[in-house]
Design a protein around this ligand. Structure first.
Ligand SMILES: Cc1ncc(COP(=O)(O)O)c(C=O)c1O
Length: 377
């Protein structure tokens, strides 16, 4: 059974991570020209910290989004101001410009690079926000290694956030990084003062969880896992879920930060493999009645998923499961209610094909199963 995702580390990496190593925090902040960097418990915790640091009352975000973003906003008591999305699944340019124009004081622009696809016209959006005196936070949670028209993801706006959760290209299991300039350093330190170190048992259970994940996402073992059992019906969409408190409180343990360093040093190879896989899907599936996003394979992208829109999602998911491909329903993406037709359509039709470097050898079989599922085999 081909898993929906295989994280980009092996058991050996987990063992090596137990030894002291250089922290990648300085390397990443220097590469992105940010003078201040700090570890955070998760991407959503980083968003919350940043929103509190700039005293945001509201934030402009795409209506099709990861539920974790909505949790981050709620944690900071910032109201979401939704905008619909465009064909690249990122916030629509004109709607975002309108939202900036109409924004009330205290609104922040969040620049999201969904699935690692860099948002277009970032420079225009930043300029529009700046002209209104609005703070800009770059949500590069899923896009480490990507490049937008203003430079490497993470270097734009007033501050940025990355997620190092296990599905990302640089990973620590859980955790993230907040990057900013000097002007926000004091506020960020203040807002982050109550973050705590992970306890030994939290650290150990995270290590064991990652060890189990890398073992069981091996296609030969995947058939014995829980995910295999729910492949045709799916796991729950996380909309409305509430993350455990530690997601906002507990910093990554030292071994988790070491794992981030290791995976960061392999980032270019991982991204090259993912773009290669994406190009193969785009080529092999182009005659199917599905919608794909060519930008996933662009050299500027740092893709973490290969999104495909299909008409009859439940049926396609079921057929793929029957054929040996778990697409699951791991779509923890929300479409916010209230007139965002494109976001709504994407949220109801999206499936993700596996994109990990560690599943590259499964690409021919994935293509075969998916084609049959869509064409009614
Ligand atoms: C765009 C975006 N922002 C923020 C997050 C939150 O990251 P985390 O899961 O580390 O809280 C995610 C999660 O995948 C995301 O996709």
């Amino acid at each position: 059974m081909i898993p929906r995702h295989r994280p980009e580390y092996g058991l050996k990496d987990l063992l090596v991570a137990l030894k002291p190593a250089e922290d990648c925090l300085c390397r990443i902040s220097a590469d992105l020209n940010r003078s201040f960097a700090m570890w955070v418990p998760s991407g959503r915790a980083g968003l919350s910290l940043l929103l509190r640091a700039v005293e945001a009352k509201a934030a402009i975000v795409p209506a099709f989004n990861c539920w974790a973003v909505i949790e981050g906003l709620a944690h900071a008591s910032a109201e979401p101001v939704f905008v619909d999305i465009g064909q690249d699944l990122n916030a629509d340019l004109n709607q975002t410009l309108c939202a900036i124009e109409r924004a009330s004081p205290g609104t922040v622009l969040i620049l999201t690079h969904q699935f690692g696809i860099p948002i277009c016209s970032a420079s225009l959006l930043i300029e529009a926000a700046r002209s209104k005196g609005m703070a800009v936070i770059e949500d590069g949670a899923a896009a480490v290694g990507g490049v937008s028209d203003v430079g490497p993801v993470g270097s734009a706006g007033d501050a940025s956030v990355f997620s190092f959760q296990f599905t990302k290209s640089v990973l620590a299991g859980e955790g993230g990084l907040v990057l900013a300039g000097d002007q926000l350093a004091t506020a960020l330190k203040r807002e982050g003062k109550d973050l705590r170190q992970r306890t030994r048992s939290e650290s150990l259970s995270q290590w064991l969880k990652l060890a189990a994940l890398t073992l069981f996402t091996n296609p030969r073992l995947y058939a014995f896992t829980l995910y295999r059992r729910v492949a045709s019906v799916g796991t729950l969409n996380q909309k409305g879920s509430v993350a455990p408190a530690e997601v906002f409180e507990a910093l990554p343990a030292p071994w988790m930060r070491n794992l981030a360093s290791q995976t960061q040093s392999r980032l270019n190879a991982v991204l090259a493999a993912r773009r290669r896989v994406a190009s193969r899907y785009l080529e092999a599936l182009r005659d199917l009645p599905v919608t794909m996003v060519p930008a996933v394979a662009s050299p500027a992208a740092a893709p973490i998923r290969f999104p495909v829109l299909v008409e009859n999602r439940n049926q396609v998911v079921r057929r793929c499961a029957g054929g040996g491909l778990d697409l699951g329903r791991s779509f923890s993406y929300v479409c916010s209610p209230g007139g965002f037709p494109r976001a709504e359509k994407v949220a109801s039709q999206i499936v993700n094909l596996p994109l990990s470097q560690r599943l590259e050898n499964c690409v021919p079989r994935t293509i075969e199963i998916f084609r049959e599922a869509v064409l009614g085999g």
